[in-house]
Design a binder for this molecule. Structure first.
Ligand SMILES: Nc1ncnc2c1ncn2[C@@H]1O[C@H](COP(=O)(O)OP(=O)(O)OP(=O)(O)O)[C@@H](O)[C@H]1O
Ligand SMILES: [Mg+2]
Length: 450
């Protein structure tokens, strides 16, 4: 056997298990070592680090979790895979959180074992390659953003892409959750397999099960032929369960089973079908409060949130607004075969100040509408071109709470700016007479000078 075959240390307190694993992995041409406990394993690793450690979770003296933590602290190049008893879901989640790359529930077949080992070693290779790349994380294809908040997201995406763990992507509507799910898939080792996004909230509840898991011929009236579901379609790839918070209790139970056993039951069949699907989920709801209300299963939540990525609302990444506006303006102008439009500084100020309740989607739609409706391509877009609700908006969400007088002052100034300082028009929009406006402006000037 060549010297550069990957090396594996197997740790288990049961001699029989050690022997079976050793035989199977040696047959698959790995260099295999064994240890019967955590201490013996650490002693071995201090002398001879290996590429992969496969450890049992439950061992009499010291839990395998401690070995995982030791490796993550001390031997960052070594991958870990955990073998768990079937009943310990929390243990498995904990193992992955502690840094185990994979967990394999017992009992497993030799094929399942070698497939998992191959997966982990491939990820290790990708990770080692990625480490040679410079520090600055490039934005994944199709995602615009340079703000610190988005840089952090890109780093999490890159990390999530090197594992097979479930990822829960949260964030307000239109913040780019689907885009992030897509990026994780296309950066992962499953990139050449399908990516299947599904909006769980949009499927009528009575159809969810057959849509997700498929149905057999004759499963129900109208089921004239066997039909695969989204899970079968995603086999080998990733599935994105969007609006996961909207799923019914019975669908939640079924999803939990898929996550635990990697197998699905087609509607009308009592035989499970094995699927190899990486599950990503997204939500714009606060799942923890749904758990408190009793409408979302806690065990499913923990299964889904092995890795969590929270997308910040657009108003918390103002540095990206200009970038996004320019990007979409160019994109839609190109599509319409027109020159890329410009925006005045005051218009861009309004963009920055606005609270963007619909986030990037709202910004995208607005820029598209502006470009499509534009009459004179040479004139830059200015404040009066923007929708009323934006021109007069004050972002009350940002910064410390303001007094009524401060809010009034900001509002008066933004209304005035939107009509280029025309007091008659401003007074009309504010619903006060010119005299009152003049008095208010005078007192604003005095207080500004204080
Ligand atoms: N950072 C970004 N760069 C470029 N385009 C973006 C970005 N974020 C979002 N978009 C675009 O905005 C639109 C909404 O994004 P996406 O569908 O990913 O949001 P979402 O969070 O899944 O929204 P919802 O909660 O409504 O499902 C898409 O057209 C997407 O391409
Ligand atoms: Mg979405």
């Amino acid at each position: 056997m060549p010297r550069d075959e990957p090396s594996i240390l197997v740790v288990d307190d049961v001699p029989d298990t050690l022997e079976v694993l050793e035989r199977c992995l040696t047959a698959a041409e790995y260099r295999v070592h064994t240890a019967s406990g955590v201490v013996e394993a650490i002693e071995f690793l201090e002398k001879a680090p290996v590429d992969l450690v496969i450890t049992d979770l439950r061992m009499p003296k010291i839990s395998g979790l401690n070995l995982v933590r030791y490796l993550r602290e001390n031997l960052k190049e070594t991958e870990v895979m955990m073998i768990t008893g079937y009943a310990t879901v929390e243990g498995a989640v904990e193992a992955v959180k502690a840094g185990a790359e994979e967990y394999l529930p017992k009992p497993f077949t030799e094929d399942e074992l070698t497939a998992a080992v191959q997966r982990v070693l491939k990820k290790r290779q990708m990770r080692l390659l990625a480490r040679q790349a410079p520090d600055e994380v490039a934005a994944p294809a199709g995602i615009i953003g340079e703000s610190a908040a988005m840089q952090a997201v890109f780093r999490e995406v890159a990390k999530a892409a090197t594992t097979d763990a479930t990822v829960l992507i949260s964030g307000e509507s239109g913040t780019g959750k689907e885009l992030v799910g897509r990026a994780i898939h296309y950066q992962s080792s499953r990139a050449s397999e399908p990516f299947v996004p599904i909006n769980c909230g949009a499927i009528p509840s009575e159809l969810v099960e057959s849509e997700l898991f498929g149905h057999t011929k004759g499963a129900f009236t109208g089921a004239t032929a066997l039909r695969n579901g989204f899970f079968q379609a995603a086999d080998g790839g990733s599935i994105l369960l969007d609006e996961i918070g909207d799923t019914s209790p019975s669908t939640q139970v079924k999803l939990l089973r898929v996550l635990e056993e990697q197998e699905v039951y087609m509607v009308g069949s009592s035989q499970p079908t094995r699927v190899d699907v990486r599950v990503l989920a997204s939500t714009n709801k606060d799942l923890l409060s749904l758990i408190k209300k009793g409408t979302f299963r806690e065990d499913l939540y923990f299964r889904l949130s092995v890795i969590t990525i929270a997308l910040p609302p657009l108003r918390d990444r103002k540095d990206d607004i200009l970038l996004l506006v320019t990007h979409f303006a160019r994109k839609f102008a190109d599509q319409a075969e027109r020159p890329t439009p410009e925006f005045t500084d005051s218009a861009l100020q309004v963009f920055r100040r606005y609270a963007w309740p619909g986030n990037v989607r709202e910004l995208l739609n607005l820029v598209q509408r502006l470009v499509v409706m534009q009459e004179d391509a040479r004139r830059p877009f200015d404040v009066p071109d923007l929708p009323r609700h934006m021109r007069f908006s004050v972002n009350r969400g940002a910064g410390p709470l303001q007094t009524l007088a401060e809010v009034e002052a900001v509002h008066i100034r933004s209304v005035l700016a939107s009509v280029a300082g025309n007091k008659t028009q401003a007074a009309k929009l504010l619903g006060i007479n010119r005299k009152t406006l003049r008095e208010k402006l005078k007192s604003l000037e005095t207080s500004a000078g204080e």
